[in-house]
Design a protein around this ligand. Structure first.
Ligand SMILES: O=C(O)C[C@H](O)C(=O)O
Length: 502
């Protein structure tokens, strides 16, 4: 019987969480670089360029790829001939590893987990508890899959039970079309087919840990029904034209991973979980000889990309002198470099602001004529003004938008992904455009933030309101002051007929 020490397990999981916070896996870099190289829509290509440049910066700077450093998803497979020497529960050990990783002073990760989800939704402060799953397998080793799963992509998880004669591909393609861009495409689709409801979702999650090998599959052709289905879904989803960040383009998915399991004769359960541009996972095996070691990828794995050229064509906007003429002149798809003052505010801050307005109270910040950035940043280290600070999904703020715009005179919103009908109407009514920064380029974006100061709701942790000073922050106009949205026109332009259907 192999004995695995608790300290080795904890150290290995903590190191894995740190490692994946700043290193994309080489298979992901290769797939994203290939998608960037073949992209035809300049806006989508630029978004992927930012993702790749950000990724390389993070590998060098050892800072998080995305401000959403995710929930810690840990799958532990214990060999039946291995013994885990634990002082408490496995959950306790995994939580200790999570706590250590997320609170590491040289690279603190963002605490995103809230306890009491139906009530106070208080941030646990250290990203615990981890999402732990376990399995007893054959053998005398312990294998652990560690991933950091972002909220934006996890929010788009879907489940259905199809009629056994129905098409899984049809359901997946129709479903992805409804997901919008909050999951930060281009990414990976994890699909679980069969089993029971819970089994199908677990399979989908597991599938996301499988290597990205779509390029090989395209080259050699399918060998079985699962590979045929992967190819069909890959082709048909990319033909939807959603593209990077939902801007329209050739690539929406880099790969489609499918796992299946026997199921009831009456059922065809299907789970779908997307993974975003900040796909982060690693696996290791413990054999009783000490903690796992992780080898950093080679910097030559990343393509050489220069962003300066794109920035040279961007329009500079001074946030401190915004006026109606400037606002009215913003065009969907235009790239901007923002400088000046803006405020942050995301889910919890919006809810609280609207509750204050409902009670007739004054807000703690004056948003008149200002821009708000939907962001929950990572804490700063060293001489940083702020840690990685990419945008969060704006769609979640839609229900608050009309009220906030009407009550405050806010003039610009910055986030990621599309706005829904309610927000588009509010934007047109109040002539307050919506801009997007690239989800998954958080460290790059943070380099444009030169000052950051929490000014309200500090009890909300990363959801507090900050005053930021930015210098040349790169954004794209997504919705103009008339309510015209690039998330409608872009994908419509890039939609095409799938080249092959199995
Ligand atoms: O929480 C965040 O910072 C982002 C979130 O993952 C999202 O994609 O909306």
């Amino acid at each position: 019987m192999t004995v695995i020490r608790e300290a080795d397990l904890i150290d290995s999981i903590a190191d894995a969480l740190q490692y994946i916070s700043y290193f994309h896996a080489p298979d992901f870099i290769r797939a994203m670089a290939a998608a960037w190289a073949r992209e035809e829509n300049p806006g989508a290509k630029q978004a992927m360029a930012q993702i790749l440049v950000n990724s390389r910066m993070c590998a060098i700077g050892r800072r998080p790829i995305c401000q959403d450093t995710g929930t810690a998803n840990v799958m532990v497979q214990v060999g039946s001939q291995a013994r885990l020497e634990l002082s408490g529960s496995l959950q306790d050990a995994v939580d200790e590893a999570t706590r250590r990783a997320y609170r590491l002073d040289t690279n603190p990760l963002r605490a995103s987990v809230v306890v009491d989800p139906l009530g106070a939704r208080r941030n646990s402060g250290d990203n615990t508890p981890a999402m732990l799953s376990t399995e007893i397998v054959a053998g005398d080793k312990v294998t652990v899959h560690v991933s950091a799963k972002g909220g934006g992509s996890e929010n788009k998880a879907k489940f259905t039970v199809l009629n056994p004669s129905a098409s899984v591909a049809d359901w997946v393609v129709q479903t992805v079309e409804t997901l919008g861009a909050g999951w930060c495409p281009p990414g990976i689709l994890g699909i679980g087919v069969g089993g029971s409801a819970d089994k199908a979702m677990a399979l989908a999650k597991k599938a996301l840990n499988d290597p990205i090998d779509m390029a090989d599959l395209l080259r050699r052709g399918p060998r079985d029904r699962t590979e045929e289905l992967r190819l069909e879904i890959h082709d048909r989803v990319n033909a939807l034209g959603i593209g990077a960040q939902g801007l329209g383009g050739v690539t929406t998915v880099l790969d489609v991973k499918i796992r299946s399991f026997p199921t009831h004769a009456a059922s065809l359960p299907v789970g779908l979980i997307p993974n975003c541009a900040a796909t982060r996972h690693v696996a290791f095996t413990l054999d009783g000889r000490g903690p796992a070691r992780f080898t950093p990828p080679d910097l030559s794995d990343w393509p050489e990309i220069l962003l300066d050229q794109a920035n040279a064509q961007a329009r500079r906007i001074d946030l401190d002198t915004l006026n109606d003429a400037v606002i009215a002149s913003l065009q969907p798809g235009q790239t901007l470099l923002l400088s000046g003052t803006l405020y942050t505010g995301r889910d919890a801050a919006h809810k609280r602001m609207v509750e204050m307005l409902d009670r007739g109270e004054a807000l703690p910040v004056d948003l008149k004529g200002r821009a708000i950035y939907y962001v929950g940043p990572v804490d700063a280290v060293g001489d940083e003004a702020i840690g990685p600070a990419g945008p969060t999904t704006a769609t979640r703020m839609d229900k608050f938008t009309d009220r906030i715009l009407a009550a405050t005179g806010l003039k610009l919103m910055i986030g990621k992904a599309e706005r829904g009908p309610e927000a588009l109407e509010a934007i047109a009514r109040h002539k307050a455009p919506y801009l997007i920064a690239v989800g998954g380029a958080a460290y790059l974006v943070s380099k444009a933030i030169v000052e950051a100061e929490p000014v309200a709701f500090e009890d909300l942790g990363m959801e507090a309101i900050y005053r930021l000073k930015v210098a040349d922050m790169p954004v794209t106009v997504a919705v103009d002051s008339q309510g015209n949205s690039i998330h409608k026109t872009g994908p419509a332009l890039w939609r095409r007929t799938p080249s092959q259907t199995a």
